[in-house]
Design a protein around this ligand. Structure first.
Ligand SMILES: Cc1cc2nc3c(=O)[nH]c(=O)nc-3n(C[C@H](O)[C@H](O)[C@H](O)COP(=O)(O)OP(=O)(O)OC[C@H]3O[C@@H](n4cnc5c(N)ncnc54)[C@H](O)[C@@H]3O)c2cc1C
Length: 464
């Protein structure tokens, strides 16, 4: 059965950061707004509820941010991680507008805190949310509802009908029925497609079946696919995504930040055959964090195993899962179901290639490297020799995909015929318009906040 409802000026698809920024901005401009959130209330907020911070430009100390972080430095940081595959015009716009975001966020209920130990390196560049992304999302829902925004949970959008250059209706499911809305404007903020394993498999092949999804199971790309199938202009490559190595015991979906493993630089990492495959000491951990998702994805069965000894254990932030512990390496191999002889041989070869370790320094590139070993370990190469020994299993954890809707500086979507009159996009679903590859910590929330506000403002202007 289908029901129809034409009460709303603007319908916002999704219930995370970008959606909420759009809905609040549009409601403040006087529009009647409905949010359709696929998740039930207890799971509202998508990937945004897992976040901790956003990256913010500032010319002088601002709120919890120390010193300054200017446009050129921010852009240089971004270009470095994306290897230049960045839309510089949109990137600069996001960077400049990020400095207005922080006071706007505070004015709409978000609280910030100085960065804690372990994240001090970000004290100048990234503002941390007090209570994490969940508090941010909750604050925005309170603000939106106070402004008269209506929210419908358990309401997955199935179809956004495009006729010519105009969206004419939105179809969503709720309480077992299909419903139709005819809003005057639509903002898509329903994330990437990373929770749709079939779609990931089309892009990556069968290995994708073994990937874990770090965030919400609701970002399945339903709206994205529907719009792309109708000729809405896309951007990005389906195989590009932010993927990291996480604890192999993490749940299939929604494990969040606590499943992250920071032990790699102080370990050797082997595959299921007990062989090393990459330089674990290439760089300090946050910089190399995002390459290990792809490295593990290329190994048999898409698994890896980080092996450390007792001296390494206090050097990194623990994850939520305790390591597997053993008094000897052969016992560890058995407990981790790794080939015993091969692991012992790999560790012996590594230990023999370690040299003088007197300048070992856990927080700097110390140059304590192996000699004559392939692949080498170029920093923090200390023999794995002090029992007990510990091991963690690793799997690929996908954060979000980059294939998305191409937007212009007003967040507007288009087809090859031109702009769509009443369709805007914000957040993960259009982040590929800026990021071609790679990722800069905290930039996802910056894109969502800047483009969410733009999409809300433009949609409200359209319906006025
Ligand atoms: C563990 C983790 C930690 C992260 N930490 C950070 C960080 O500290 N800083 C940072 O900048 N970024 C971080 N990110 C990335 C960040 O989460 C995203 O860039 C950002 O949250 C995207 O916001 P969004 O609103 O576009 O998407 P989301 O917050 O994911 O919101 C999408 C919404 O759409 C809904 N939805 C999906 N399909 C439909 C449908 N068919 N109909 C209706 N609703 C639908 C979902 O339920 C969800 O509410 C992290 C991600 C993860 C997974």
């Amino acid at each position: 059965m289908t029901t129809q409802d034409d009460r709303y000026d603007i319908v916002v698809l999704g219930g995370g950061n970008a959606a909420l920024c759009a809905a609040i901005t549009a409601a403040e401009d006087g529009a009647k707004v409905l949010i359709l959130e696929a998740a039930p209330k207890s799971y509202r907020g998508g990937n945004s509820r897992h976040t901790r911070n956003f990256r913010c430009m500032h010319e002088a100390p601002m709120s919890v941010l120390v010193e300054s972080y200017g446009e050129e430095e921010y852009l240089a940081d971004l270009l470095r991680v994306t290897g230049g595959r960045t839309d510089e015009g949109l990137a600069r716009m996001v960077i400049r507008q990020s400095q207005e975001c922080l006071p706007w966020m505070e004015a709409h209920g978000v609280r910030f805190q100085p960065s804690l130990s372990g994240t001090l390196s970000l004290a100048r560049t990234n503002a941390f949310f007090m209570g994490g992304g969940k508090s941010l999302v909750n604050a925005y829902y309170r603000t939106a509802e106070a402004l008269g925004v209506e929210v419908l949970y358990d309401a997955p959008v199935r179809h956004v009908a495009l006729e010519g250059q105009r969206v004419t209706r939105v179809e969503y499911e709720h309480a077992g029925k299909l419903h139709t809305l005819r809003p005057r404007a639509v903002v898509v903020a329903s994330g990437g497609f990373q929770a749709n394993i079939d779609w990931l498999t089309e892009a990556w092949g069968p290995p994708a079946r073994n990937f874990l999804i770090r965030g919400t199971p609701y970002n399945r790309g339903t709206v994205l696919k529907d719009l792309l199938d109708q000729g809405v202009t896309s951007v990005g490559d389906p195989t590009q995504c932010h993927a990291v190595a996480i604890d192999g015991r993490a749940p299939k979906y929604d494990g969040g930040i606590v499943t992250r493993l920071d032990c790699v630089p102080f370990s050797i990492v082997v595959n299921k055959n007990g062989e090393r495959f990459y330089d674990e000491g290439e760089d300090v951990w946050p910089k190399r964090y995002a390459i290990w998702g792809r490295l593990v994805a290329a190994q048999p069965d898409q698994v890896g195993y980080a092996i450390i000894d007792s001296r390494a254990l206090p050097l990194f932030m623990p994850s939520v899962f305790p390591p597997i512990e053993a008094a000897t390496l052969d016992e560890l191999a058995r407990k981790m179901e790794l080939p015993e002889e091969k692991l012992l041989a790999t560790v012996a070869a590594f230990n023999a290639a370690c040299g003088d370790t007197s300048s070992f320094h856990p927080t700097e590139l110390d140059g304590v490297a192996t000699t004559g070993l392939t692949p080498p370990k170029t920093n923090w190469a200390r023999p794995i020799a002090e029992p007990p020994f510990y091991g963690y299993s690793l799997r690929t954890g996908v954060t979000f995909t980059y294939l998305g809707l191409k937007v212009d500086e007003t967040a507007r979507c288009s087809t090859e015929t031109g702009r769509i009159e009443n369709l805007w996009a914000a957040g993960e679903t259009m982040a590929g318009s800026i990021l071609g590859q790679g990722y800069l910590a905290g930039y996802g929330m910056t894109i969502g906040t800047v483009f969410g506000r733009i999409a809300g403002r433009e949609a409200a202007r359209h319906v006025r």
